[in-house]
Design a protein around this ligand. Structure first.
Ligand code: SF4
Length: 273
């Protein structure tokens, strides 16, 4: 089988099967259907192309940290935040994104958590998706995608994988294990831990590590998700009229926050024309 047709899995896909604790009321399988099976339809593609405000804030926050470390003198300069804002062309963003981004930059300048670290990788946030890791589980092969924000080395050479957060979302332990599983393939000789840092609240989680048995269990779970998703895509390709059976809707409070509520036949919201 060509690699292009192999099943795939990622944290993002897992979230679309099984939401984070506390977000169960927002879960709807049909969102996965729009995102993964119908993404080429013009109306769906247009929705997917317009980043939501939380996504925009996450992206400028990541770019801000990246630019500070490209220009580290700005971490200590009085007008450093303004200069980074110019580099990021923040004036082109909405007022809300600008306000939150400026606060994030100020927070980071006050507490530049990577300033003394040996940074191995720091992403700008808008790079294309990384190459997948090819996973073999039993007689199954699948592509594993894990986009890592930052890796630095601890003093004892342990790799520390850091994920930046914005907003109020809680840290999801599963995401840490996803990163650690990726690290076990990308850096098999090195010990690794993972943590989350919220650039708005300046809250840093404790470092999370995993035994090889935990990582094996996660790999098995991801293999099942990759297979189920592949099967759903196959069924949709064979009979697109079955969309709502393959990706059942969950109309309710979830519709209010759903990107697709303007095009979904099951939305409980009335769409103004
Ligand atoms: S509008 Fe509601 S039912 Fe439709 S995909 Fe979104 S959450 Fe699901």
């Amino acid at each position: 089988m060509s690699q292009n047709w192999l099943p795939f899995a990622s944290y993002n896909l897992w979230l679309q099967f099984s939401p984070q604790i506390g977000k169960e009321h927002l879960h709807c399988d049909m969102k996965r259907g729009f995102t993964k099976a119908r993404s080429r339809e013009p109306a769906v593609a247009a929705i997917l192309a317009s980043d939501s405000t939380p996504q925009q804030i996450g992206l400028v926050a990541q770019k801000g940290v990246y630019e500070f470390h490209q220009n580290p003198h700005l971490l200590y300069q009085e007008d450093g935040v303004e200069q980074i804002a110019e580099i990021l062309e923040l004036q082109k963003e909405s007022d809300l994104v600008q306000q939150r981004a400026i606060q994030i930059l100020k927070n980071y300048q006050q507490n530049p958590i990577l300033a003394e670290k040996r940074i191995i990788k720091l992403s700008r946030g808008d790079e294309s998706y990384p190459d997948p890791i090819l996973i073999k589980q039993g007689n199954q092969s699948w592509k594993f995608y894990a986009a890592i924000d930052c890796i630095f080395a601890e003093e004892d050479d342990t790799l520390h994988i850091l994920d930046f957060k914005t907003g109020h979302s809680d840290f999801d332990l599963r995401q840490a294990y996803i990163y650690l599983l990726a690290a076990s393939y990308l850096y098999p000789e090195q010990k690794a831990v993972a943590s989350f840092y919220n650039l708005e609240s300046s809250k840093w989680s404790k470092p999370i590590s995993a035994t090889s048995n935990t990582l094996k269990a996660f790999q098995i779970e991801l293999t099942l998700i990759a297979q189920r998703h592949q099967e759903h895509l196959r069924r949709y390709r064979e009979n697109s009229a079955d969309f709502s059976q393959i990706f059942p809707p969950n109309p309710g409070v979830s519709c209010r926050y759903c990107l697709f509520n303007s095009i979904c036949d099951f939305s409980i919201l009335e769409v103004s024309t």
